[in-house]
Design a protein around this ligand. Structure first.
Ligand code: C2O
Ligand code: CU
Length: 544
């Protein structure tokens, strides 16, 4: 493979992505950052200069498995110390698998300040579907409060929730209603060209591959192109047995490729929209323009944007999850049995007066010393050596009502997996601390793809449900939703030496403890870890 070399300067700049002016983290002056383009087998080198002045930094390559380079996963507290202001950090990894991936900040809640982008890896073999043009669309939700205000609110007594986003961005552009802002809250200028909608020009009759990625902080989205059907062909870097949708439901951390044919009346433009689902939406739709050449790219479509699906209708979302199967001819079969089953109950609770999210009653906290170094160098006091529980009291726990979860604790203990073993993870959803409420959580696994064996409503039944697993053509993914009051079953091979985070991709949920860590094969790693990942916690003296 070739070497793809990037030099990034990361800093804060005033920008108005939705017409409201605020500090945004940019890469080389842009947010979303530049798209990384490579071919399967290439080596990507990104030299990141932290020009944030007063803030640490780490960048994660979401969906890249980092085989042989677990120290460059970019997860602060897990695989590296943060990059200090003024420092340059060199990430180097092989993109071994074609497909659409993401990158984003992985330090505190920094991602939501705008540090995110797309990675496109083209295959060496031709794709199993045809299209004329290849385009990218990255979706986000946008908050006007700084990450600090949000984080401080989440870790306060009384708890202050971040609320719903002020706008939805499509390729970094959105529209906030400036009449809602005051000179006190900030500067908003509806005619600022920075917030002109994104316009995707299409030539009538041509077929477009749209690579759609979501890096929302909070929201699950429904994505639509007015009057056009979308054919889903790729999910998280794997070919999907094609199916058609009118709305594409997409969760934070997921990517899809869809094929769209520009086969409608060419005398007009159409709306591209994103809408919040799964939370009672107060945020206006994200709007972009599907522009039929040669109409003016900024001409508003003559009809209003399509109505989004009801925010609280879980059925069509579960149906789409179930429809995603591996494409015939590209099926990688999972092992038929597993060596270990870990059930992860997702709950909200209060610990010492603080509102938290927990997994099996343990709210995850990051250690000072990155696990990778602590494990490799056997620093036993760097984190809690007691492993978290393998499950919960599934007989007596009522997932449908508010529970006290009084014995919830905070811990940075981890799951240690036997190298090369097959692990099943059952994500079990439950009621939150509000009556009749259960949320959607997109769970993302670092360092692996997993097979999605099944989804279900209610409580997972360990005797009956595994019999219904799809072992024939399950899709491989790196991010998967667990639907309200439902469960999701995954299987993966613990065959990538390193330490890997598995967490809810909603920024505030992970910040509040919704995650776990897996270790496997740590002793198979090379004698010396790169010193560039050290310098914090107990590794302070390790760095020359
Ligand atoms: Cu895209 Cu740990 O996240
Ligand atoms: Cu969550």
């Amino acid at each position: 493979g070739r070497i793809r070399h990037y030099r990034w300067d990361v800093k804060y700049e005033y920008k108005s992505p939705d017409c409201f002016k605020k500090l945004v983290i940019t890469i080389n002056g842009r947010s979303p950052g530049p798209t990384i383009q490579a071919e399967e087998g290439d080596t990507v080198v990104v030299e990141v200069n932290n020009s944030l002045v007063t803030e640490n930094l780490a960048i994660h390559w979401h969906g890249i498995r980092q085989i042989g380079s677990p120290w460059f996963d970019g997860t602060e507290g897990v695989t590296q110390c943060p990059v200090l202001p003024g420092d340059t950090f060199k990430y180097q990894f092989v993109v071994d698998q074609a497909g659409t991936y993401l990158y984003h900040a992985h330090y505190g809640m920094q991602r939501e300040a705008g540090l995110y982008g797309l990675i496109r890896v083209s295959p060496r073999q031709p794709e199993p579907f045809a299209y004329d043009y290849d385009r990218s669309i990255i979706l986000d939700d946008w908050f006007h409060k700084s990450t600090y205000e949000q984080a401080a609110g989440l870790s306060s007594i009384p708890f202050q929730w971040v609320g719903e986003p002020q706008s939805l961005l499509i390729n970094g552009k959105g529209r906030f209603n400036c009449s809602l802002s005051s000179p006190v809250t900030g500067i908003c200028n509806a005619t600022n060209p920075e917030c002109a909608p994104y316009s995707q020009t299409v030539v009538p009759g041509k077929t477009y591959r749209l690579r759609i990625g979501s890096l929302t902080t909070l929201s699950a989205l429904s994505f639509q192109i007015q009057g056009h059907k979308m054919r889903v062909v790729e999910a998280d870097g794997h070919y999907v047995e094609p199916f058609e949708v009118e709305n594409l439901f997409i969760y934070s951390g997921e990517t899809y490729s869809v094929l769209v044919k520009a086969d409608q009346d060419p005398k007009r433009n159409y709306w591209i929209t994103s809408n919040v689902v799964s939370r009672n939406r107060t945020t206006p739709p994200g709007l972009a323009i599907f522009n039929y050449y040669p109409n003016h790219p900024m001409r508003s479509p003559p009809t209003p944007p399509p109505t989004p699906p009801a925010w609280d209708d879980v059925k069509p979302r579960l149906a789409q999850s179930l429809a995603i199967k591996a494409r015939q001819g590209f099926i990688q079969k999972p092992p038929t049995t597993s060596d270990r089953v870990i059930v992860l109950l997702n709950t909200q609770n209060t610990i010492n007066g603080y509102r938290k999210w927990s997994v099996n009653n343990v709210s995850f906290s990051l250690p000072q010393t990155p696990y990778l170094v602590a494990l490799k160098d056997n620093l036993k006091d760097a984190f809690d050596q007691t492993p978290p529980p393998e499950g919960y009291d599934s007989v007596n726990y009522d997932i449908f009502s508010v529970q006290n979860n009084t014995n919830a604790t905070s811990s940075n203990g981890i799951y240690r997996l036997e190298f090369n073993s097959t692990v099943d993870v059952i994500l079990q959803n439950a009621n939150t601390m509000n009556k009749n409420n259960s949320e959607t959580h997109p769970w993302h696994l670092h360092g692996h793809d997993f097979w999605v064996l099944g989804y279900g409503n209610g409580k997972f039944d360990k005797d009956k449900d595994p019999k219904k697993y799809n072992l024939e053509n399950p899709i491989l993914k790196n991010t998967v939703p667990v639907h309200p009051y439902g469960w999701t079953a995954l299987r993966f091979k613990a065959n990538n030496p390193g330490v890997w985070l598995f967490h809810c991709h909603i920024d505030s949920h992970f910040y509040m403890g919704m995650g776990v860590v897996f270790e496997e094969g740590i002793h198979r790693l090379a004698e010396k870890l790169p010193s560039s990942i050290m310098g914090c916690g107990e590794t302070k003296t390790f760095r020359p």
